[in-house]
Structures are given as C-alpha cells and as structure tokens.
Design a binder for this molecule. Structure first.
Ligand code: CA
Length: 227
C-alpha cells in the first residue's frame, strides 16, 4: 500500500513518513501543494494524507485537482484549525476524513487503515463470479449453478479472498493474516482444514473444480479449461 503525504512542516512530515514505513506502508512525502498534486496525478497511490495550509497550492486546491481528474482515492485531511467551517468545506470538496492537529500517531494509523479498507471495498463489484460460482457480498450469499451454498463466516471470508484474487496462488501465511488476522508460522492445519471444508461445499459434485492446492505454495481459485 502506497501513501502520499503532503505536509510542509518538516517535523510532522518526517514523523508521519517514518511511522507509516514502520507500519509496513510505502510512503512518499512532499512539502509543497503543487508537488503533491503532481505526484497524486502521475503516480498510483492508495491514499493521500493532506495538510490544509501548504505552499504552492493549499490542501483544498490539491484535493479539488485530484477529484477533477477523476482520482477517487481516499484523502485524509490534517488540519490545525478545527473549526466547523473548514470541515464542511473539505467534505464538500470530497475529503474522506479529518484529523485535527495535534494527533496521536495510533489515531492516524487507525484512520488510514479504515480508509484503505473502505477504498478497497468500494472498488470491487458487489458480486464476485468465477464460472457458475457467485458470491454476493452485500447479501452474504454464495451460489453455485444457482444452488445456495451455506458457509460459515470464516469460509465466506476465505472464499471471498480466493475470488478477489482469483488466478493468484495465495500462500497459507497470507490467508492466515487476511482471514484469521493472525500469523500462523508453524500451524497451518487450521487453514488446510478450512480449505478442505470449503472445497467440499463449493466444488464437490460440480464441474469444473475451482479451488486447487499448489503443493508447497498455497491455494488458488481459477477456472481451468482442462478440468
Ligand atoms: Ca501546513
């Protein structure tokens, strides 16, 4: 995940960049509004953290420039001025969230993670499909060849992950972190059991088989012509 920070105060900018990098993000930091707008328009970021008072162009102009160019990535505003007027103005221009300075880094990180999750969901279709398998996310419903399949919450999350990243071999460690929100360093049995159960529900009695094990690597969901 790549984040752009536009903040003219060196201390804040440096602190943000370091903290985000330590939290596992790729973070670029620029100090001028025009540089920020240029970067936001020419590079692929997942989120922008935007100060309001900036040299070159202010935060509102940067936001407006991004939205006019059709960039719908989440924007988190940092503002020292916590007046209602500023918040309303930012919202009208399409900001996604605010943080009033000074703030705790943990608070910023929580907001960033929420916005990234929301952004990722918004970009995906409501119904994920491969062959005759359909997963309807808002209705939490799965069907295969029109037949309803009942899944547990974990099985649903696992199938959603496999469908979202269809054709990609997903390592067990990635599945563990995304579906169980944990790191399974040694015990991957939980995942094997869950995949086996999911496969029994989704693939048994249907052709083609969609979920396969790639030995020593992980699992992949795809429709292959030779099945
Ligand atoms: Ca500033």
């Amino acid at each position: 995940m790549k984040i752009l920070i536009v903040e003219d105060e060196s201390k804040t900018g440096d602190y943000l960049r370091q903290g985000l990098v330590e939290a596992g993000f790729v973070a670029d930091w620029v100090q001028d509004g025009l540089d920020g707008l240029h970067r936001g328009l020419t590079e692929a970021y997942d989120l922008v953290i935007l100060d309001v008072m900036l040299p070159g162009a202010d935060g509102w102009q940067v936001l407006q420039g991004l939205r006019r160019a059709g960039k719908d990535l989440p924007v988190l505003f940092l503002t020292a001025r916590d007046q209602v007027d500023d918040r309303v103005k930012g919202l009208e221009l399409g900001a996604d969230d605010y943080l009033v300075k000074p703030f705790a880094f943990s608070e910023l990180l929580a907001r960033v993670r929420t916005l990234l999750r929301r952004g990722a969901r918004a970009r995906e279709p409501d119904v994920l499909k491969v062959a005759d398998l359909e997963l309807d996310r808002p209705r939490r419903r799965v069907t295969r060849a029109g037949r309803r399949i009942d899944l547990t919450a974990k099985e649903f999350a696992l199938l959603e992950l496999l469908l979202r990243r269809r054709g990609e071999v997903l390592p067990r460690s990635l599945i563990a972190s995304q579906v169980w929100d944990m790191n399974f360093d040694s015990d991957t049995n939980v995942i094997e059991v869950a995949v086996r159960r999911l496969r029994a529900k989704v693939d048994e009695g249907f052709t083609p088989r969609l979920i396969r094990t790639v030995r020593g690597m992980g699992y992949v969901l795809e429709e292959t012509p030779w099945d």
